[in-house]
Design a protein around this ligand. Structure first.
Ligand SMILES: NC(=O)c1ccc[n+]([C@@H]2O[C@H](COP(=O)([O-])OP(=O)(O)OC[C@H]3O[C@@H](n4cnc5c(N)ncnc54)[C@H](O)[C@@H]3O)[C@@H](O)[C@H]2O)c1
Length: 295
């Protein structure tokens, strides 16, 4: 047996919005493998995630279950808005907004530094964040502002997170690992994936490759998973008929079925583990093979 054992490792997981998020499944899998899981959630969803972690509703309890019967229990939640590198970037109207005003710190650097200070460094960093305010508009109708904002939140945030985390991830025992989430629309035309998100994923993919060089000398690896379509909250916002898109992908994939979020989580475990110690700057497709098809 070749075990994946993350005992003693600290995993900072961004992008949990609810218990359907890829990041939720990734966090569960990392905990199951022994890691101490810390969540960085958008300030607007902190209450939702705290509620889902504490809820006694049978569905919510079920969603927290791990295969050994224990429950998903992140050691701490930090608020983090991936739009801001430091608190100096936060405009006044955001600072005073009721969803933000209760938090003294929610920038990328502030969050990453606070996690590293409290938990003694970072071994695993998960970037599972994406947003475009005009996701429903095709690229050709997307405004300049929405396009730039989407790029900042969905692509540049990886650069910012890796910059902030690199000193805390440098030369950890066995090395450290960053994993982000991308989509086939970063390299092929997917007309319904609007608001500039296809461009964001293309940028994210090139940034991950470049970042692998800039942190590789510290034994930090940077990889992306290109996931097949899956009906998370963000995905449903793209199109109310998202289930039809999933069905189309399933019918046109070599495995002839949709992906499950656990499969993305399992691939993340592999990428963070010593089994992938020479793998960096790569995109791993977890899409039932959909990306190889010509239809
Ligand atoms: N669902 C799919 O079909 C699919 C396919 C391929 C890749 N992905 C990618 O997977 C990742 C996770 O998406 P998901 O499908 O789990 O959806 P999700 O809605 O559960 O996750 C997206 C997360 O981004 C967070 N977010 C948005 N704006 C933010 C900001 N300014 N600061 C901090 N966090 C912010 C949201 O709070 C949410 O938690 C995204 O990068 C997405 O593009 C999704």
């Amino acid at each position: 047996m070749i075990p994946i054992d993350f005992s003693g490792k600290v995993a900072l997981v961004s992008g949990v919005g609810d218990n359907m998020s890829f990041a939720w499944y990734i966090g569960k899998a990392l905990q199951q493998a022994g890691a101490k899981v810390v969540l960085a959630c958008h300030p607007r969803v902190m209450g939702i995630v705290e509620g889902l972690l504490a809820s006694k509703q049978p569905d919510d309890t079920e969603a927290r279950k791990l295969p050994d019967g224990s429950e998903f229990a992140p050691v701490k939640l930090f608020p983090c808005d991936a739009s801001y590198d430091t608190m100096d970037d936060v405009p006044q109207e955001v600072r005073t907004n009721r969803r933000y005003a209760k938090f003294p710190e929610y920038s990328i650097k502030g969050t990453v530094d606070a996690v590293a200070a409290e938990f003694g460094g970072i071994d695993i960093l998960i970037h599972s964040v994406a947003f475009s305010s005009e996701i429903k508009k095709p690229l050709i109708e997307t405004s300049r502002k929405a396009y730039h904002d989407a790029m900042g939140i969905s692509a540049y945030s990886l650069v910012s997170m890796v910059r902030a985390a690199a000193p805390h991830m440098a030369n950890r025992p066995g090395g450290a690992s960053v994993v982000g989430l991308t989509y086939v629309a970063g390299e092929r035309v997917v007309p319904h994936y609007g608001g500039g998100m296809g461009t964001c994923k293309a940028a994210l993919q090139m940034d991950a490759k470049q970042l692998s060089w800039f942190v590789g000398d510290k034994n930090v690896r940077v990889n992306l998973i290109s996931a097949g379509p899956y009906a998370s909250r963000a995905a449903r916002a793209i199109n109310p008929d998202f289930d039809k898109l999933i069905q189309h992908a399933a019918e046109h994939s070599p495995l002839r079925r949709p992906i499950g979020p656990e499969e993305v989580a399992n691939a993340t475990l592999y990428l963070c583990s010593p089994l992938a110690s020479a793998v960096t700057g790569q995109i791993l497709y977890v899409d039932c093979g959909y990306n190889v098809m010509g239809t």
